[in-house]
Design a protein around this ligand. Structure first.
Ligand code: ZN
Length: 172
């Protein structure tokens, strides 16, 4: 048996240091701004505008924009490009504790790559109702996988979605 005070003490001991409310959100929004700039770079190259950044310890580790057409590489999604650069820079295929920011909800391939990289947290912008796979991370995560990613969507979603809408409108 533990007293409420003991329980509170324990809870307190595992908590991260206190931060001002909204602090994380402001930081997330700023990193998403970086991803948005990369997405615009994709659009300028006539690629579907998606951008991603990998951040660890408050530092940018890798960034990528979507370019499967230009690279003639079906795996050249923004997330994969960013993960490869981050791993190269870290000198490690495991990016334990890192956060990946991406303007569009990741597909199954990218989610798999994030699991392989041991990404701790995923923050995405616009939802992708067609091929978005982030919902697989909800609850207890993917069955058979021993790594969980804390995923949240909707960060600057309107801006992320507007970029995509504008791109596809221009193509019609
Ligand atoms: Zn993908």
């Amino acid at each position: 048996m533990t007293t409420p005070r003991e329980r509170a003490g324990r809870r307190g001991s595992v908590r991260a240091p206190r931060r001002a409310p909204g602090d994380d959100t402001a930081r997330d929004a700023a990193w998403m701004g970086r991803a948005l700039r990369l997405a615009r770079a994709s659009a300028a190259r006539q690629e579907v505008p998606v951008g991603a950044v990998v951040v660890a310890g408050g530092r940018l580790l890798g960034s990528g924009s979507n370019r499967p057409i230009g690279r003639r590489d079906p795996t050249a999604h923004a997330e994969i490009v960013a993960l490869r650069r981050a791993a190269r820079r870290a000198g490690n295929c495991r990016l334990t504790g890192a956060t990946l920011y991406v303007t569009l909800e990741p597909c199954l391939m990218c989610l798999g790559a994030m699991v392989q990289a041991r990404i701790a947290r995923l923050v995405y912008g616009a939802a992708d109702p067609k091929v978005g796979a982030a919902s697989l991370m909800r609850g207890r995560g993917l069955r058979g996988l021993n790594h969980r990613i804390v995923a949240s969507g909707g960060m600057r979603a309107a801006e992320c979605a507007a970029l995509l809408k504008e791109f596809f409108r221009g193509r019609r």
